[in-house]
Design a protein around this ligand. Sequence first.
Ligand code: ZN
Length: 72
Amino acid sequence: MSELAVDRRAGTAPAPIASARELLPFALLAGLVLMLLVYFVGAEEGALSLIAGNGVHELVHDARHLLGFPCH
Ligand SMILES: [Zn+2]
């Protein structure tokens, strides 16, 4: 038997990598980054545009269609 195999007979669960409290800041940061990404994919154009020009729109154009945001 391999040394990497888990011995289930011992009845011990593997220790968690981190607790939920330790993961919370990273989960919040990931959520914020994802919300910003969805903003730039879905709403970064016209009156809501933060960055002038069509560069961001063209960069994420395929993602807009993939996610079903109205485009053209
Ligand atoms: Zn389009």
